[in-house]
Design a protein around this ligand. Structure first.
Ligand SMILES: Cc1ncc(COP(=O)(O)OP(=O)(O)O)c(N)n1
Ligand code: TZP
Ligand code: MG
Length: 211
């Protein structure tokens, strides 16, 4: 089974102790999260290292890859499994050269299929589209139409990630349209029970047998 399938948990930048962040992520992994991204725009460098290392320890113990958002230097320093890059971030070729052939490199493509083709050519392992719905985490994110995923599925030949305002109620059609993973922040982190929330997303995906 491809490891790039299912719930992709993205962390919020909420200030909290590294162990508390890891405890929430652990519950989401118990609920089925298959990939974790450390995304944190505000913490100072020492806190970012401490949080990313706490997550890496957890993710290694649970067999779930850890991706670092934006920060190639942090990903390389802690030995993360990969990096996620957007339009203001380093080029995927640079990330590949720095992190090596086995690193998972994800690229944000917003609603732009041409950008996705370029990213695939540059060696991206997955291509992320969105925001598909209004996101409280990133209210000004560019918006994408779910129909885009059908075209992306036909032309790109890489796993597709959907992000932005995704809930257990609106995520099913994104999977039906071609998303391999649903990337989620608030739908898990703002839920009263993170494990149950993660499980609600996990149930949207077809089981290995039915794929
Ligand atoms: C899985 C996933 N998809 C998209 C993004 C957004 O990346 P980017 O456009 O670089 O924006 P920031 O997250 O850096 O604000 C993501 N992080 N993860
Ligand atoms: C990083 C990012 N890029 C587009 S929307 C988004 C945030 C997604 O968070 P949420 O799942 O809370 O909408
Ligand atoms: Mg970025």
């Amino acid at each position: 089974m491809s490891r790039l399938f299912g719930l992709y948990l993205v962390t919020p930048g909420t200030p909290m102790a590294p162990a508390d962040l890891a405890a929430i992520v652990e519950r989401a992994i118990r609920g089925g999260a298959r990939l974790v991204q450390y995304r944190d725009k505000d913490a100072d460098p020492a806190t970012r290292i401490a949080k990313a290392e706490a997550l890496l320890g957890l993710c290694r113990a649970r067999g779930v890859p850890l991706i670092v958002n934006d920060d190639l230097g942090l990903a390389a320093r802690i030995g993360a499994d990969g990096v996620h890059l957007g339009r203001d971030d380093p080029d995927p070729r640079l990330a590949r050269a720095r992190l090596g052939p086995d690193a998972l490199i994800g690229v944000s493509c917003y609603a732009d299929l041409a950008r996705a083709l370029d990213a695939a050519t540059a060696g991206a392992d997955y291509l992320a589209f969105g925001s598909f719905f209004r996101s409280t985490t990133k209210p000004n994110a560019l918006r994408a139409d779910p129909a885009l995923l059908r075209g992306a599925r036909k032309t790109l030949g890489r796993p597709l990630v959907a992000i932005g305002g995704i809930t257990p109620d609106n995520g099913g059609p994104l999977i039906a349209a071609g998303a391999d993973m649903l990337a989620v922040v608030s739908g898990v982190f703002d839920a009263p029970d993170c494990e149950a929330a993660a499980r609600a997303y996990t149930r949207l995906f077809p089981t290995e047998d039915s794929r």
